[in-house]
Write a protein that binds this ligand. Sequence first.
Ligand SMILES: [Zn+2]
Length: 272
Amino acid sequence: MRGGVRAVGTAARPLARATRRISAARGLTIIGWHRVDGQSDGLSTGVDDFQRHLDTLDEWGATVLPLDAAVAALEAGTLPDRAVALTFDDGYASVVETAWPILRERGLPTTLFVVSDSLTTDLRFAWDRHEPEHDRLRLARPEELVAAAASGLDLGSHTVSHPWLPRLTPDELKRELVDSRVALEELLGRPVTSLAYPTGGWSPAVRAAAADAGYDIAITVDRGLNTRRTPHLSLRRAFVPTEPEDLRLLLDGAYTMLRPLDSWRRRGGPAW
Ligand SMILES: [Zn+2]
């Protein structure tokens, strides 16, 4: 997967030069990671690479906003130039243990999307089962999430069990969306209004169900800049490529031109 990301970045480089600093100032860029630990590999981002990503954001002149405030500003037309929102999917413990302290130190607001089954079971994701037992695969415990939330980490839902939502029946879909929101609200004692679709799997029906389930914001893995016309329940986002120069391409808007690749992914391509 990582090789693919790098290859895409290389292909986009000439295109990026043509649009540099044009599109980036006019919308909201949402980026994401999964876990931050020893070294960059698969879903993991090494701590050094993560720091380089944050340095790149700083050098690029990003204004990092809380996700809900960013979307509200997008709606109101008051978004600052180079606005960026930061997200993490899946709820790995390394986010609260390692990434969040770094982000806090830098004053960068962040949203972590949590699978609510992890609150009550010793969940291990299917894609992690082939890996040897390792602490980096551990998901954050409820008390860790509560403590992180108390120190400012924003939490959103990543459904109950991380299914591919477009394949579910309406009842199953409702359960995944509503039960996860309610479980997180009970844990945190406050409303939870944001959602990240597992593996970015969404459809118009899924998006309508997310609205019915009480979400104001939902994040896909369709890449590209969010503008005032982007529906708030199918916001675009890209996961951060390891190399800072590829992150810079992403920030410059190059990935917006690669959106046709994302329609393939949305039909059920592999991801997480
Ligand atoms: Zn996920």
